[in-house]
Design a protein. Structure first.
Length: 245
């Protein structure tokens, strides 16, 4: 399917602002549509009753092969999908622009964690999120809602193999820094292009990725708990590297 179902008031508002989205139709109750506010020209608006909104959403979920969940605020958006971008796009960006900020997730599969990370990444002005095709989270209505509009601002770059992609980024002058609770390296702010790499909560960084990284560092605990939820760890890592830039 070449269309997306967007839920969540903030996500819908940001999607409506995105010029890369096309052919949008907004469905909702009068109150739900009121929460969205004024819509741009060219957006079709369909006003429905509460029950009708949920039933129409169920139909779209079946069509798009999404798992149905009750639509919050009784409003949803059907619009074109964002273009899927690959590593060639990322390499070109690195070669033609300065001081790119990349966040890489190694085997993070939890949708809520990934969406929370993307939202925080948008706060810190991250330019791209890099993940692999296999062993990573999926993007759907739940993801767009939890990301609270960040999906419209940060391209998600998917690659066939993270180690190979990270190695190419290093060749292009990107400093690749991994975060691991077992690391002993000192945290030093890198200049120029930077890629921060975080692993899954249960396994951390894969050994194949670890071998590629310029260095690995740990977020130092000041208390008895030594590990963090990956979305919290990502927020702290971004703050350390990009919070003062």
């Amino acid at each position: 399917m070449d269309q997306d179902l967007i839920i969540g008031t903030h996500s819908i508002i940001e999607a409506l602002k995105n010029p890369k989205r096309h052919s949008a139709t907004l469905y909702g109750t009068k109150d739900g549509l009121k929460n969205i506010g004024r819509t741009p020209q060219g957006i079709k608006v369909v006003t429905l009753g509460t029950h009708e909104v949920q039933e129409r959403a169920k139909e779209f979920c079946r069509t798009f092969d999404f798992k149905y969940q009750r639509i919050p605020s009784n409003v949803f958006l059907i619009t074109s999908k964002l273009e899927e971008l690959g590593v060639a796009f990322l390499y070109n960006e690195i070669e033609t622009k300065k001081n790119r900020k990349i966040l890489c997730l190694d085997q993070v599969t939890d949708t809520q964690n990934a969406a929370a990370i993307l939202r925080t990444a948008a706060f810190f002005g991250i330019d791209y999120l890099l993940v692999s095709f296999k062993g990573s989270f999926g993007v759907g209505p739940s993801f767009s809602r939890n990301a609270s509009g960040a999906l419209e601002y940060i391209p998600i770059i998917r690659c066939a193999a993270l180690p190979r992609t990270l190695n190419k980024l290093k060749e292009l002058g990107v400093t690749c820094v991994g975060f691991s609770e077992h690391a002993s390296g000192e945290l030093e702010i890198a200049e120029g292009h930077t890629c921060l790499v975080l692993g899954s909560e249960d396994k951390g960084l894969s050994s194949a990725v670890m071998r590629i990284l310029d260095k690995t560092v740990a977020l130092k605990s000041q208390g008895p708990i030594k590990s963090l939820n990956v979305s919290v760890a990502a927020a702290l890592a971004m703050d350390k590297f990009f919070g003062l830039r």
